[in-house]
Design a binder for this molecule. Structure first.
Ligand code: BGC
Length: 716
């Protein structure tokens, strides 16, 4: 076996990268600075050596450096990731479900699953780590993102990334930053003050990067305060590489590069999906800029160094991914199921409608192809396990994006989990037939769905008229109507008062059917909590009026000059989601953090204290009901002086047997308590009295206390 200088024992990733860069020719370096989307697309053929996925950069064999094979991403190895007919991948539940678990260990476990599958399929970079704050509840990609809260998003994204990278696969974090909607995604200019951004969207990234140390950061398609994210010197050089001393590389989104010199000087290291751009900026134009001295060799070497450093840091070069390693997918399906179970949120359960008794005579299951499987979100993140049902979806960037149902049938699982004599299924297309069967059934379980996809925002928050009519009608003939939602975000529920039980199952992935049935019959005690607010209607939103998703381009690679429009996020500023609802004194349909259980929890003895400059909340939580269950202890902080509405400052998931109590201590995140002062470029905690309270959701405080904090500031 050849031995390479970087193989010496005890070298840091930086040293290893330097040794390789020193040996590389400029052609080799440039081959890593831009690449096409590595699938045959229009007149771009499949690059030789590429598996056929989002990106490929050739091996440098003489230096022992493997090719970079990049695929999507957070929810499993995606369809674009070389999953061919006959190949398979596990579909995780959507990121919203993961966040709803409020369980960082679970995020790590599911991240490991993604990393393991990627590695066994020959990929060494996963375009994962969606960490955008959900500012726009109608956003088409909300199912790929975690939550509206920076602390929850940062912690969950960080652990997921850490899990992926533990498998010798680099994970990105994306889409940096303030990339909250798909409508006009390449021309939308997110306007948000620095102070608000640091306390919200950037804080989520900052925490996730600290925890997960992702090898790469992907800026979004959008503009931020007038500059495209991919050439935004404030975001890339000042904040990311400056304040946060980020050592990895910055890769553009696919077809999101707009310049050579400007982008490099702003901090972009790689032009991804270059065939979707108007020019291959990081090839000839950059070489020319180098010759003319506009860009220096130090720039180029630094860019390549950052890539290699990240690959070395997670072992992607030392433990190369190889395609075709056999995997135990059944174990992975169980992990996906566990994730879905932990993320299902019980929204309503009047008169203990749920869990269902095992023995019922006749159950009617309706809608959303529940006889076949569970819905998945569309776009680059979509995972298509074997035997998925694929219906017509949309086409973007010249690529067909089908509407996929993962093959995990709720109907079959309901039959398995219960002992009902008869379980029937109706699509719901014929109202008359469905009503007739409903009359003969003990219980009616309606699956309601809303499909979301990359490149396409939801038009409003309503379910389809047909589904709402179906639910309303069934409620007129039956008292036991249970609705299971499979949606990629918040939806409105106009029939809520008439339905005794509602479950939010998100897009629950490869183990989704079994997870839903487990909750329905009580094998699983629901413990998910909403990671997003459910508004009562669109009028409650900071930007109630939506630009028609079909009216403006969402696609990269289309000349965009002159079409830029501004999204004024300064309206809510850092007060995203539940914070906005408190500030504007509006009552949502369901608040952030909300979720019911089949048991009850009680809370006692909240104590607040400071130790070594950190603030802690200690309390006792008791399972005072009759079933084993998990609770999410949530601690919020609000300054008495009203500088900002309440913010989630700490959380912990605890599992308790009936009658069991646990005393837990939670450390509050100081950056959540502070405000960012742009003039001084520092975090500042104002002196004063703060309410610190434990709550069962953002609107329902239970134990409250106060603490006087002295003024303090900190920086990077
Ligand atoms: C998406 C990215 C994705 C990339 C490669 C883009 O359209 O915005 O999230 O990683 O494609 O598939």
């Amino acid at each position: 076996m050849a031995s390479y200088p970087w193989q010496q024992i005890g070298l840091t990733a930086d040293k290893q990268a330097s040794l390789v860069v020193a040996e590389m020719t400029n052609d080799e370096k440039f081959a890593w600075l831009s690449g096409p989307m590595a699938i045959p697309l229009n007149d771009t053929p499949l690059p030789p050596g590429a598996i056929g996925s989002a990106a490929y950069y050739p091996a440098i064999e003489r230096l022992g450096i493997p090719a970079m094979q990049q695929s999507d991403a957070s929810l499993g190895v995606s369809a674009l990731g070389g999953v061919r007919p006959g190949d398979h991948a596990t579909a995780l539940a959507s990121s919203l479900a993961l966040a709803a678990s409020f369980d960082p260990q679970l995020a790590e476990l599911t991240g490991q699953l993604v990393g393991r599958e990627a590695h066994a399929k020959g990929f060494n970079v996963q375009l994962a780590g969606g960490a955008n704050l959900i500012r726009e509840p109608r956003g088409g990609r909300n199912f790929e993102y975690l939550s509206e809260d920076p602390l929850l998003t940062g912690i969950m994204a960080g652990h997921s990334i850490r899990g992926i990278q533990s498998q010798h696969v680099v994970s990105t974090i994306k889409h940096f930053a303030v990339n909250a909607q798909e409508t006009g995604r390449v021309v939308a200019n997110a306007q948000l003050s620095e102070s608000a951004m640091r306390q919200s969207d950037l804080l989520a990234f900052e925490l996730a990067i600290e925890i997960g140390e992702p090898g790469s950061v992907m800026p979004g398609y959008n503009l931020v305060n007038g500059e495209w994210a991919s050439e935004n010197a404030f975001l890339l050089n000042h904040v990311l590489k400056g304040n946060w001393r980020y050592p990895g590389w910055v890769m553009s989104d696919w077809g999101a590069t707009h310049s050579a010199v400007k982008a490099v000087r702003a901090g972009l290291d790689v032009q991804s999906g270059a065939n979707l751009d108007t020019e291959r900026w990081f090839d000839s134009p950059l070489r020319q800029a180098l010759e003319q001295g506009e860009i220096t060799q130090t720039h180029i070497d630094g860019m390549v160094h950052r890539i290699l450093r990240s690959l070395f840091a997670c072992g992607a070069i030392q433990h190369p991914a190889r395609r075709g390693i056999p995997l135990d997918y059944s174990e992975h399906t169980l992990i996906a199921q566990r994730e879905a179970e932990a993320g299902i949120v019980l929204l309503k359960n009047d008169a203990q409608t749920l869990p269902l008794p095992a023995e019922l005579s006749h159950i009617l299951v309706v809608g959303a192809h529940a006889d076949y499987g569970v819905l998945a979100g569309g776009g680059s993140s979509a995972v298509t396990p074997q035997e998925s049902l694929q219906l017509e979806g949309i086409n973007f960037m010249g690529i067909d994006t089908p509407k996929v149902y993962h093959p995990s049938s709720p109907l079959a699982a309901i039959k398995r989990n219960g002992l009902a004599k008869q379980v029937s299924y109706h699509s719901g297309d014929s109202l008359e037939e469905t009503v007739a069967t409903a009359r003969k059934s003990d219980v009616v379980i309606i699956f309601a769905e809303q499909w979301r996809s990359e490149a396409l925002d939801a038009q409003g928050l309503a379910l389809s008229e047909q589904q709402n009519v179906l639910i309303e009608t069934l409620c007129t003939v039956h008292t036991k109507v249970i609705v299971v939602l499979e949606t990629g975000g918040a939806v409105t529920l106009p029939w809520l008062a008439k339905v005794p039980a509602v479950l939010q199952a998100w897009y629950p992935g490869s183990g989704g059917g079994e997870a839903i049935a487990g909750v329905l019959f009580g094998r699983v005690n629901p413990s998910g909590r909403l990671p997003i607010t459910f508004p009562a209607d669109e009028q409650q939103l900071p930007l109630p009026d939506q630009i028609d998703p079909n009216s403006t381009t969402s696609l990269p690679g289309i000349p965009v000059k002159g079409e830029i429009f501004t999204l004024d996020y300064d309206i809510e500023g850092a007060d995203v989601g539940y914070r906005w609802f408190e500030r504007s004194r509006q009552k949502p349909l369901f608040p952030f953090g909300f979720g019911l259980s089949y048991t009850q929890f009680t809370y006692h003895d909240l104590t607040l204290f400071e130790e070594n400059g950190h603030i802690y909340a200690t309390l006792t939580v008791t399972n005072s009901g009759e079933r084993v269950g998990s609770d999410v202890v949530q601690i919020y902080i609000r300054p008495e002086q009203g500088q900002y509405p309440a913010r989630l400052a700490a959380f912990r998931k605890v599992n308790l047997a009936p009658g069991e109590s646990q005393r837990i201590s939670l450390k509050l995140e100081p950056r959540v308590i502070a405000r960012w002062e742009s003039e001084q470029q520092q975090w500042q905690i104002a002196a004063g009295e703060y309410q610190i309270y434990q709550a069962t959701d953002a609107s329902t405080p239970v134990l409250t206390d106060r603490l006087w904090l002295t003024a303090r500031h900190f920086t990077y």
